[in-house]
Every structure is written in structure tokens, then in C-alpha cells.
Design a protein. Structure first.
Length: 572
């Protein structure tokens, strides 16, 4: 028995019967004992590879994916070389060629038998590969996905995919594409749609717009809340692209006169994404909008939302209340759902029954019962909410209060001891109160159940790679308003410039700015008197509320965003 394996067994102190059973399995299967221990889950992959490398005098790199992704480590990948090998073959054998610190081409493998494949792959690539380096399976697959994903992300153009001539699309595969990287179809429009979807996922787009006009069709991506043109299609190709998307979403491709909605599930390497598809007939053809929702994205916590110290304290206090209504307001796409999910994560506990009714359910929350609205079968917010109340909930999340009936049930639920969270489409926090008045909620009831209103917007964050420092003039300092007290004379502000890292937009990612209005006794009295939003807002500011513009300008002073961006978002 090899010394490394003996040392491993001594450390494990396995029960003799377990060891004997593993040894018998190894002998029967013709595999080494360390492999049998790994398959029996007696050792993890790291310990298995470490022991195997020592037995076979091979190298072992436990962080190979990170090494090849970072500059200065010496480890690199050659995408052009890797892409010469079939993707499915690399994934099946879990191997990928990489260059080590000395620039030698080696085969990264998750099994010691990988060296048998080095010769076969070397012939295929026309290169000689050195003996393999062992690496975790997840690392090898990550490198493969990254390399093939990069080749998809490149500056691929419509002409690269379609060529000079395009035939009618009578060769569609009607099955949904499971993995865009694995789809090797020669149908040009299938490859074109795959390229557009892959580019959108890689760029972090939230929406894809495919819009027909008189002579051309435009493809635009929404990045950080702003639309950017990505491709221009020949108008003759528009119907074929739309038909392909309809096939993937299982929509009726023959129906071009009525709007349709559907869903597509795709993956790009290891990244899972869901797409909501909406088609709309226009005078120049069908317009398609796809909303991307990455399944791998995790729900943020309250501390990751970008809340200031005081606002974070206020949000934690709202999580601690036992009954009442908390509203989050803002326009579509302002991050209201993200904020509410972060709150629900804080509330999730074995002793709480949390139920939601949403349209749609965007992310799955552990320990939370989530209901999808379905008006086609009569499951509306109001009907679903009536059923939820009979399920003995402690906390209820209503995706949106859209009508008087839902508002009345929400208020009644809060009055009977439930904690209710919901959203409204209003411009600011005080506006939510008057909106509920318009829905018929009685002022005296609202004053007794409303605990707080949170208004929010999303501002684009400056790209850290290219943001440009400058000293503001007196006029720009004036724009800081109440946030000027946080500005230190001589301190630089930052503005966007643009670089390849941010696709020349100057911005990368978004963060929220907040306006939190807790209901004080003075505000409750104003609600009973049915005061308008201006009076409520003035009272809240007098009591220390920080409005959206003030919060945004504090983030400008902190160097996170720009003056023009906050002015754009707050309409100032």
C-alpha cells in the first residue's frame, strides 16, 4: 500500500468493517482504494485528489479556476486552442488544456486516468500536452464554461452568424435549448438567437428588446436600467427571429395578430436563467421583449442593499414589529421586490408562517410559501389573499396593492394581528398614503395600521475601472443640497468616462437610494385629517426623514455615483 494512502487511512480511523467493504468494492470494480473511499463518501474530493496526486507523483491545484482567472499567477488558458476541442467531449471527460506557470501546455483533469486522454487531445489540437495536473471537477468545468462562454460573448455580429444569404427557417428544433453552449445547430436563426441570448446573459442585461421598424429591426439590451442598441437586423430576418423565440417559449407561431406571453429556461455553461417573453403586434411586425432572471442569483440581505447606517437601523426596526402594514413604493424596475425579499429573509424562522402572493414569483425563498397569481383561473391578488388569511400566517407579502378590494383585505389583515408587506407605484413615500385614500381606505383605519412607507429608486454605480475624479465648481456643489454638509472642501467627486469593462457606458451595476417615512404620532394625526402628500412630506422632513435626492447626493459625495445620474433618477 502506498505511503500517502496509508497515512490517509491512519488519519481517517475508519471502522474495520467499513474499510473492508470499501476494499472489496475497489477490487470488484477494478478501481484504487482511494477512489472507492471517495465514491463511498468517506473522503471528500479534495482529500481524494490530494492523496491520488501523491501516489502518482502528479501535481494538484485545488484553486485552478481562480489561478487561470487572475493575472500574475502564471496560469493561463488559450481560448482559441481550447475551442478546437468539442465542448461535449471536454465536459464528458472533465479535462481542459491550460498553460502552467512555465508556459507549458498541460492537461487539467479531475481523474488520474486523464493522462490517457492527453495523447488523444494532443493529436486533436496539434500540440503536445504534458502529464496532467489534477484539479477539482467544479474548477475544470468552470474553466471550460468560461472559455466557451467568452467565445460566445465576443463581438459576434449578425453577419457572422447569418452570412451573406439566409434561407427560410424550416429546420427549427422545437425543443427548448438546454444549454446555449452545447447547441451546435447549423440553422442560422437558431444560432443568431442563441448568440443574442448569450450576449445578454454575459453582459448582465435585464431585458432584451427586438423591435421592428420600416426598414430595419433593432436589438437593444437594457443594462443598469438604460437601453443600449446592440444589433441591427435586416427587416427580412425579423419574422424568422421572432418565430424562433416563439418556438422556444412554446407560443403559437401562427398567431401574429394578438399579444402572447411565455417563458423560456436556458443555461449558459453553469449559469441558469429564466426568460419571460412578451410579444406585441405593431404596424411593422411583432415586437418582442424578454425579461432575464438569473436563477443562480441569490437574494440580497438588508445590509447589502446600500442602506445608510440610519436607514438600515430603521429597516431592522420594521422587521421587529409584529403587526401592521409596511409599504415599499417606486416605479416598475426600482428594486422594490429585492428590498421586500431581503426583509422576508430576515423574518424567516421556524416559529413564523410566512406566505406571499406575487405576480410573478421572481425568486424562490427558503422557508416561505409563495403563490403565483393566475387571473386565467380566477386566482387574483384579492382572491389569493382571502385564502392566505385562512392559512394562519404571521407575515403576508402582497406583490402589489392594485385595487380597492386588495387594499381593504390588506388593511383588515393588519388589523387582525398580521404583519403585511406590499408595494405601490407612487413617486415618493407620502404619495403612498394619498394613493390608499384614493382606493377607498378610511383615514382612521390607515392611521392605525400603517407602520412605515419606504420609497426607492435605482441609480447606476460608476465603473470602478474608469471613473474620473474632478473638483466640483460652486454650481455643482449647490446641486448637492442637504448633502453638502457631508462634503469636505477639496474632496473630488467622480463622473463617468467609459471603458471596455463597462461597455463604454461609464457605469457598472446599480444600487438603491431610499426615502424611509416611519409613521410618527404627528403623521398619524395628519393621516386622520386626510392631509395631502405635500403636508405629510413636509412633516416627515421636519422629523428627520431623508428624501430620495438627499440620499442619492450622499452617494455622490461617497464617490459611488454621479451628479447627473442622481438628477436623472430623481427628476431634479
Amino acid at each position: 500500500m502506498a505511503a500517502p494512502l496509508t497515512a490517509l487511512l491512519e488519519r481517517l480511523r475508519l471502522d474495520p468493517e467499513v474499510l473492508e467493504a470499501c476494499a472489496k468494492n475497489a477490487e470488484a470494480s477494478g478501481i484504487p482504494l482511494e477512489r472507492a473511499l471517495f465514491e463511498a463518501e468517506r473522503i471528500d474530493e479534495a482529500r481524494y485528489l490530494e492523496t491520488t496526486a501523491a501516489i502518482h507523483a502528479m501535481s494538484y491545484e485545488p484553486r485552478l479556476a481562480k489561478l487561470t482567472d487572475q493575472e500574475g499567477t502564471g496560469w493561463t488558458t488559450d481560448p482559441e486552442l481550447v475551442c478546437r476541442a468539442p465542448l461535449l467531449w471536454l465536459r464528458k471527460h472533465v479535462v481542459v488544456p491550460v498553460r502552467d506557470r512555465e508556459g507549458v501546455l498541460v492537461l487539467a483533469a479531475s481523474q488520474p486516468s486523464g493522462w490517457l486522454l492527453a495523447q488523444e487531445l494532443g493529436l486533436l489540437l496539434g500540440e503536445r500536452l504534458a502529464r496532467p495536473v489534477l484539479a477539482p471537477t467544479a474548477d475544470v468545468l468552470d474553466i471550460i464554461n468560461r472559455v466557451f462562454g467568452e467565445s460566445t460573448r465576443g463581438d459576434g455580429s449578425v453577419s457572422d452568424v447569418l452570412g451573406d444569404s439566409v434561407n427560410a427557417i424550416d429546420e427549427f428544433n422545437e425543443d427548448a435549448v438546454e444549454d446555449l453552449l452545447e447547441d451546435s445547430s447549423e440553422a442560422p436563426f437558431i444560432r443568431l438567437v442563441n448568440m443574442i441570448l448569450a450576449q445578454a446573459v454575459r453582459a448582465g442585461a435585464s431585458d432584451i428588446h427586438i423591435e421592428p421598424y420600416r426598414d430595419v429591426s433593432r436589438v437593444r439590451f437594457r443594462l443598469d436600467g438604460v437601453l443600449y442598441e446592440r444589433h441591427t437586423l435586416n427587416k427580412a430576418h425579423h419574422a424568422a427571429v421572432v418565430s424562433r423565440i416563439k418556438v422556444m417559449a412554446k407560443l403559437n407561431i401562427a398567431e401574429k395578430r394578438l399579444p402572447q406571453d411565455g417563458r423560456i429556461a436556458i443555461s449558459l455553461g453553469g449559469r441558469q436563467a429564466g426568460l419571460r417573453v412578451s410579444t406585441l403586434p405593431t404596424s411593422f411586425g411583432e415586437r418582442v421583449v424578454l425579461r432575464l432572471l438569473e436563477k443562480s442569483e441569490r437574494v440580497l440581505s438588508l445590509s447589502e442593499l446600500g442602506l445608510g447606517e440610519e436607514d438600515l437601523r430603521l429597516m431592522h426596526s420594521l422587521v421587529g414589529i409584529t403587526h401592521g402594514i409596511v409599504l415599499v413604493t417606486g416605479p416598475t424596475g426600482s428594486g422594490k421586490t429585492t428590498t421586500l425579499y431581503a426583509v422576508l429573509q430576515e423574518l424567516t424562522a421556524p416559529d413564523k408562517n410566512i406566505l406571499t402572493i406575487e405576480d410573478p414569483v421572481e425568486y424562490e425563498l427558503e422557508g416561505v410559501g409563495q403563490i403565483q397569481v393566475n387571473p386565467k383561473i380566477g386566482l387574483t391578488f384579492a382572491d389569493g389573499l382571502r385564502s392566505i388569511v385562512r392559512q394562519d400566517p404571521d407575515v403576508i407579502l402582497i406583490g402589489e396593492i392594485r385595487d380597492a378590494e386588495t387594499a381593504a383585505i390588506a388593511v383588515q389583515s393588519a388589523l387582525t394581528g398580521h404583519l403585511v408587506f406590499s408595494t405601490l407605484h407612487t413617486n415618493d413615500a407620502p404619495g403612498a398614503v394619498t394613493r390608499l385614500f384614493d382606493m377607498g381606505v378610511e383615514p382612521f383605519l390607515l392611521s392605525s395600521v400603517l407602520r412605515a412607507v419606504v420609497a426607492q429608486r435605482l441609480v447606476r454605480m460608476l465603473c470602478p475601472h474608469c471613473r474620473e475624479a474632478y473638483l466640483p465648481d460652486a454650481q455643482e456643489l449647490e446641486k448637492l443640497g442637504a448633502a453638502r454638509s457631508a462634503y469636505v472642501p477639496g474632496q473630488p467627486l467622480y463622473r463617468p468616462r467609459g471603458c471596455p469593462e463597462c461597455l463604454d457606458t461609464g457605469y457598472r451595476g446599480r444600487m438603491a437610494i431610499y426615502e424611509i417615512m416611519p409613521m410618527s404620532d404627528a403623521l398619524k394625526r395628519l393621516v386622520v385629517d386626510k392631509a395631502d402628500a405635500n403636508v405629510l412630506g413636509a412633516c416627515a422632513l421636519q422629523e428627520g426623514m431623508r428624501n430620495l435626492r438627499h440620499d442619492g447626493m450622499l452617494k455622490v459625495v461617497a464617490g459611488l455615483t454621479s451628479l447627473t445620474e442622481v438628477a436623472r433618477v430623481t427628476n431634479a
